[in-house]
Design a protein around this ligand. Structure first.
Ligand SMILES: Cc1cc2nc3c(=O)[nH]c(=O)nc-3n(C[C@H](O)[C@H](O)[C@H](O)COP(=O)(O)OP(=O)(O)OC[C@H]3O[C@@H](n4cnc5c(N)ncnc54)[C@H](O)[C@@H]3O)c2cc1C
Length: 377
């Protein structure tokens, strides 16, 4: 007699949902993924990934595609008023910079190859602890496991009435993908290593920051940070005169950014009372949105997606396995949230030399190591 394949329904086709779907399908599940938008595509511009998510991408066999169009910059440089505070080479830490469309496409290909059924234009309205998912078109479906990976405004989470705390921060950011223009930047500042990530801070007389991140040979990711209270600094499209007056060395790439409509995102942290209820689990921003200081929101989303898939696959009882998964995996994500919120509140990243201690604990984590929770003798 053949055993029935277990079935998962997933809400949300972002980094969290696609990673969980691929991992589950590769582990033998039948998987249906619902994405509300008519097409699956990535929002935003560039992204930094660390060892925790890179290990997951290797495990789901998406690593080689990802490497083909991404880079590891020589150093993470921090400047205050254009004076170098630190140049950290991040020796011993695996990291990669890339564009969001490239990461999303890589995950989408992996999900399709694993046999995930992807339904776009399908809006999930909620789920129940006993394993029923419901849709905006009035239909429902049953599953052994339901995953809410539907982002910070999660309908799955809200339908379960899980208590949530939301902390908004004073700063926010507008992100752009623009051409590298390395030769033009070099002409303006010949001594600068323009392959570095460069975190340009200005706190006086005005708080404005540009995080300059090369994503590959052709594309540059720039993130422009300003306090929400600064109407001119947070305006989109950006006020080119303002930004160029503070960061003249970036004039060519700021001019490109000014041609893009852009969207200003305020930083926020959301903390849930619990991530699981019966056969339903929440992952990614649906469970734990965080400020971007550590660049770990998607990293934690992918690490929790993979560990959830592994825990559910090994489980005799899904509800018990989900609770145990949260108990084991949540502390590291809580730490990343706390640390990111602290950096957002204090702006301490401006001092440089931050890639040590608890700041890199999550970055170094290997969620695919079966011995990761063993306490050393
Ligand atoms: C400025 C900024 C910079 C960042 N930089 C980094 C970085 O460098 N590194 C990093 O790791 N993280 C970074 N992050 C965090 C990262 O972008 C997020 O944590 C990550 O994208 C969350 O992925 P997700 O799949 O959980 O959610 P989302 O990307 O929000 O995906 C949710 C998906 O669900 C769909 N959906 C929503 N509602 C429904 C519904 N009802 N039914 C069906 N589908 C639905 C949405 O359309 C969407 O496709 C950054 C965030 C910000 C704001």
């Amino acid at each position: 007699m053949t055993e029935r394949r277990r079935h998962a329904e997933i809400s949300g086709g972002g980094f969290a949902g696609l990673t969980a779907a691929t991992a589950l399908a590769q582990m033998g599940w039948s998987v249906r993924l619902h994405e509300r938008s008519p097409e699956l595509r990535a929002e935003g511009a560039g992204i930094v990934l660390w060892n925790n998510s890179l290990q997951v991408l290797d495990k789901i066999k998406a690593g080689p595609d990802l490497m083909s169009n991404s880079m590891t910059p020589p150093a993470y440089e921090t400047r205050m008023n254009n004076v170098i505070q630190s140049q950290e080479t991040l020796d011993g830490i695996r990291w990669r910079t890339l564009t969001r469309p490239h990461l999303h496409q890589t995950l989408l290909v992996a999900a399709r190859e694993a046999g995930v059924e992807i339904i776009s234009g399908s809006e999930v309205t909620g789920a129940t602890a006993d394993g029923t998912i419901s849709f905006a078109n009035g239909e429902t479906a049953e599953a052994d496991l339901i995953i809410g990976a539907d982002g910070v405004g999660s309908a799955v989470r809200d339908s379960l009435g899980i208590p949530l705390e939301r902390q908004r921060s004073r700063d926010g950011i507008t992100r752009f993908l623009v051409p590298r223009r390395k030769a033009e930047l070099q002409a303006l500042e010949p001594d600068t290593e323009w392959d570095n990530v460069i975190d340009f801070w200005n706190l006086e007389p005005r708080v404005l920051r540009v995080l300059y991140t090369p994503a590959n040979d052709q594309e540059l990711y720039i993130a422009l940070m300003a306090p929400a209270a600064d109407a001119q600094g947070s305006r989109v499209p950006i006020d080119l005169d303002l930004w160029t007056s503070v960061f003249p060395q970036l004039a060519p790439v700021l001019a490109d950014a000014a041609k893009i409509p852009g969207r200003y995102y305020g930083y926020q942290t959301t903390r849930l009372d619990h991530w699981t209820e019966g056969k339903v689990a929440l992952i990614g921003d649906a469970a734990h949105a965080m400020c971007p200081a550590l660049a770990q929101g998607a990293g934690c989303a992918m690490q929790n997606a993979w560990t959830l898939a592994a825990a559910a696959t090994e489980a005799a009882s899904i509800p018990e396995a989900l609770q145990e998964w949260e108990r084991l995996e949540r502390p590291l994500t809580d730490l990343a949230q706390d640390r990111s919120q602290w950096y957002a509140d204090t702006r301490e990243m401006a001092k440089g030399n931050q890639f040590q201690g608890e700041t890199v604990t999550t970055a170094l984590y290997n969620p695919t190591d079966p011995h990761r929770h063993e306490v050393p003798a």
